[in-house]
Ligand binder design. Structure first.
Ligand code: NAP
Length: 430
């Protein structure tokens, strides 16, 4: 099958837009195999065309929105400029012209979503917005496709990474609100102007979008009362911990007797609750439904490449994967070999029962050394007239480990068959 060419016009090329350009260029072959469409980038609307942008062809940049919106050669528009004005006007124009639109703009979607969706419907085109809530986490797709028939009863989310990072540090290191905010800004988790993060408005916009999808309702931003963490003190976080709670900025959306309620506020979450364990800048959404039980989605809720991943997914959903489906089409074969199990790298735990004689550990260690495996930890425990030897090895190649274990098992001092378990950790791929 030869891929047809689809041109993508981009509105904005900042943190997210730049990552979209790079992701589309990196994944061009995969997208073509999956969808039957080869994507072509440009034109790209920015304010400052003279600023260099890594991985972006400067000849595609323009400061004239008509080049993106009125070019009949542009088949799809991706909006990553943010804000309400002029984004609303641009999206309206694109949709009215029958072009599918993908956006990451939560402010716009939570206020004008229904109006834009109506235009899309009237024009026989699509508006997709996975990246507008929780970036890389595919929560909107799960709600609108995978759980369509599950009758969602509640959506409870940590949907703002900045405040979750701050609350984690206030609890863990006893940081004051101001110090936690300064640290979040230093690490790039908070915008230079973090007002909408800390006052809860960002989370309220995302919850309005999620509740609308989950409950098949129209929940505008204005219908979501919100409180932020800007009045919270380290003292309250500490006292809550003494009482067995973790303070989280939660978005809570519920179906109560057929009505929808959505709100955002700092909430004391019992320590054992699965949302209490969500730390740092991560986002998590707990979906409760009648028929599918509880499902929790967790992952990065911000960042250029993370948000771009959701945008690429939306582009693929619009193009459709049926023509070149990964599972059903030979073209989906990217020609990747399958690694033989013996070549997989992993860290290992080993338990040996040995006779308590001098030099046993040295013999074992020298076998591992010869097989290029290094020992991270050794614990030796007396066991009657023998000893129990527990070793944790640094990541090594499985084939060498098996060969080493065979040689160790054959040592006269080793009594039983060694027990081998794999250890999950950095540096392994097993
Ligand atoms: N950053 C994240 O982690 C994240 C996560 C989820 C969702 N989002 C959403 O993604 C969108 C983009 O965020 P971002 O962080 O990529 O923003 P950004 O870095 O500030 O980039 C905005 C881009 O839009 C362009 N732009 C803005 N206003 C314009 C105008 N009036 N005319 C022409 N170009 C204009 C800017 O041009 P110049 O480059 O010339 O200034 C810039 O390229 C926002 O809706 C945001 O809420 C972001």
């Amino acid at each position: 099958m030869s891929a047809g060419v689809t041109r993508i016009g981009l509105l904005g090329c900042g943190t997210v837009g730049g990552a979209v350009v790079r992701a589309l260029s990196r994944n061009g072959d995969t997208i073509a195999r999956a969808s039957g469409h080869r994507l072509e980038m440009g034109p790209i609307l920015v304010r400052d065309v003279s600023r260099p942008r890594p991985g972006v062809d400067p000849s595609l940049l323009t400061d004239d929105p008509a080049r993106v919106l009125d070019d009949p050669g542009v088949a799809m528009v991706v909006e990553v400029m943010g804000g309400l004005d002029p984004a609303l006007d641009y999206l309206r124009r694109a949709l009215e012209a029958g072009k599918p639109v993908v956006t990451a703009n939560k402010q716009l979607l939570s206020r004008e979503g229904p109006r834009l969706l109506e235009i899309a419907e009237r024009s026989g085109t699509e508006l997709r917005f996975e990246a507008s809530a929780c970036a890389a986490i595919p929560v909107i797709k799960v709600l609108r496709e995978s759980l369509l028939a599950a009758e969602i009863q509640a959506v409870t989310g940590i949907v703002n990474g900045t405040t979750n990072y701050m609350l984690t540090e206030m609890a863990r290191a006893g940081l004051s609100y101001d110090d936690a905010l300064a640290q979040a800004q230093e690490l790039g988790y908070a915008e230079p102007d973090p007002t909408e993060d800390v006052n809860g408005a960002d989370a309220a916009a995302k919850m309005a979008i999620l509740a609308s999808i989950a409950f098949h309702a129209r929940v505008p931003f204005d219908a979501v009362p919100y409180e932020g963490i800007d009045t919270l003190t380290a003292e309250d976080v500490g006292l809550a911990a003494e009482l067995g709670f973790v303070v989280k900025l939660l978005g809570i959306a519920r179906l109560v007797n057929g009505s929808v309620t959505v709100r955002v506020h700092p909430t004391l979450v019992p320590e054992g609750h699965r949302l209490a364990a969500v730390s740092g800048a991560d986002n998590a959404v707990l979906l409760e439904s009648d028929t599918a039980g509880e499902i929790m989605l967790l992952g990065p809720g911000a960042g250029g490449p993370e948000t771009a991943s959701a945008i690429v997914a939306d582009i693929l959903s619009i193009l459709g994967t049926h023509r070149g489906s990964f599972l059903h089409n030979a073209l989906a074969d990217a020609g990747r070999p399958v690694l033989p199990p013996a070549e997989v790298t992993s860290a290992f735990y080993l338990r040996l029962s040995v006779a308590d004689r001098p030099g046993v550990l040295a013999n074992v260690a020298s076998i591992f050394g010869e097989e290029q495996l290094s020992i991270r930890t050794v614990v030796q425990k007396g066991e009657g007239d023998g000893a129990r030897l527990v070793l944790v090895l640094h990541p090594g190649v499985e084939g060498r480990l098996l060969s080493a274990v065979g040689r160790v098992a054959a040592l006269a001092e080793v009594r039983d068959r060694p027990v081998v378990l794999r250890v999950l950790g950095s540096g392994d791929d097993g």
